[in-house]
Ligand binder design. Structure first.
Ligand SMILES: NC(=O)N[C@@H](CC(=O)O)C(=O)O
Ligand SMILES: [Zn+2]
Ligand SMILES: [Zn+2]
Length: 437
């Protein structure tokens, strides 16, 4: 850990910050909490006892990553994850800021829980946690929470994630109420009446496996209705984990008409399809479900052209209790914080996703949606940075992950791209530069 008077020098890194039109090999000097110099020879002449120099050949420096959508399970399900392990996983994944969904036990629907999360996470330090409060009490979908209190206590958005606000009257009032406090409303788009008993995406694979399906239209009808309500109420509406080509089409049309709607996509929906369920692997059970090739391609196009604003992990840790069982008994969700960068760099390397879009979708775009301070690479900015070794290959294994849970289908796979350093407000909160890859 560096102390606030220390000087940290990152020598000859490829700094990529599209929000500042930056993609160049530079030195970056950090003094205390602040980036003081950025330039080709910025480190020249910087020496002294308190100077720490970091040089990782070929390293790429990004603005600190921001995740709009993570489940840290505290309070109530600490056997899956807690603030300490979740924030450690976030730091190891290169995230300087993460937003925590409120579907905890109890649900974060009050000032007291939001305050607890803020105070406890600050005491832990490292990656900063930004709580998301519930839209409705107990996420039951009926009675709105006291959003003024939630915001005052530190909530950056409201969501009933895990559940959809299905009642149109409640949704209308929720949009009106949240906009009064300038809180974005994040919807988990699922018409539950259409997904009862569903185990996976409804399609040829679900028919073959004899499993009940979650049709695309269960997402699309909510997205369409909500966009109509968002236009009417002029609220800030954000779609969580968009997964279907239909939702993408509706979103694109809404944006072209200037409606205030944004969306996120997860790495797993960009990489996997329902074919992954053929072995009944519970690690691949996730909400919304893994879809088909045409959805995956529509999601990739929409992310690349900016229709989908950001990448969010939907890090959803579960223990063997919820995953070492029949598919029908398994809880949906997969971990994501520590795999996001390698998986997304995989898409960049394949030419699917422009690097500048990947960076924007993990930094500026989510900060704008949640109203968080920007993370950026420029002189005078607070030093919130992520250093990545884009060439380092490693094999995903449970013992290399900081999260308490292991529920990911990527275990055993070799990926390329590794976070080597995460810096929050000038302090190194994750450091793999000295350890073997
Ligand atoms: N994504 C999931 O499959 N599960 C999430 C809930 C959610 O994001 O809807 C969870 O909390 O486990
Ligand atoms: Zn959800
Ligand atoms: Zn979620």
């Amino acid at each position: 850990m560096s102390n606030s008077r220390d000087v940290l020098v990152l020598r000859r890194v490829r700094a990529v910050d599209p929000s500042n039109s930056l993609d160049a090999i530079v030195d970056v000097v950090i003094e205390g909490k602040t980036i003081t110099r950025v330039g080709p020879r910025a480190a020249e002449g910087v020496e002294g006892e308190r100077v720490t120099e970091i040089s990782v050949p070929g390293a790429m420096l990004l603005p600190g990553l921001i995740d709009l959508h993570a489940h840290l399970r505290e309070p109530g399900q600490e056997y899956k994850e807690d603030l300490v392990s979740g924030l450690a996983a976030a730091a190891a994944g290169g995230f300087t800021d993460i937003c925590a969904m409120p579907n905890t036990r109890p649900v974060n629907d009050t000032r007291a829980i939001t305050e607890m999360l803020v105070h406890k996470s600050r005491a832990i330090g490292g990656t900063r946690l930004h709580p998301i409060g519930a839209i409705t009490l107990g996420q039951k979908g009926d009675t709105l929470t006291e959003m003024a209190d939630l915001k005052d206590a530190g909530a950056v958005a409201v969501s009933d994630d895990g559940h959809c606000v299905t009642r149109s009257d409640v949704m209308r009032r929720a949009l009106e109420y949240s906009s009064t406090f300038d809180l974005p409303l994040i919807q988990h788009c699922e018409d539950h009446a259409l997904t009862a008993g569903a185990q996976m995406h409804e399609g040829a694979v679900s028919t073959k496996l004899g499993l009940r399906g979650w049709p695309r239209v269960a997402e699309d009808v909510i997205v369409a209705r909500d966009i109509i309500l968002a236009e009417y109420t002029r609220a800030k509406y954000h779609i969580a984990h968009v997964s279907t080509m239909g939702a993408v089409r509706i979103l694109r049309e809404a944006k072209s008409r200037g409606i205030n709607v944004t969306a996120e996509v997860t790495p797993h929906h960009l990489l996997l399809t329902d074919a992954a369920l053929i072995g009944y692997d519970t690690a691949c059970k996730v909400n919304p479900p893994l879809r088909e090739d045409e959805d995956l391609l529509a999601l990739r196009d929409a992310l690349a052209d900016g229709t989908i604003d950001c990448i969010a992990t939907d890090h959803a840790p579960h223990s063997p209790l919820e995953k070492d069982c029949e598919l029908s008994e398994a809880s949906p969700g997969m971990i994501g914080l520590e795999l996001c960068i390698p998986l997304m760099l995989g898409l960049v390397n394949k030419g699917v996703l422009p690097l500048a879009r990947m960076v924007d979708a993990l930094t500026r775009a989510p900060s704008k949606i949640a109203g968080l301070p920007r993370t950026e690479i420029k002189e005078g900015a607070e030093a919130n940075l992520t250093l990545v070794d884009p060439a380092a290959s490693w094999t995903v294994s449970a013992d290399r992950l900081r999260t308490k849970s292991k529920n990911t289908p990527f275990l055993g796979q070799t990926v390329t791209g590794k976070v080597v350093l995460t810096i929050v407000s000038g302090t190194v909160v994750f450091d793999a530069t000295t350890k073997p890859a």
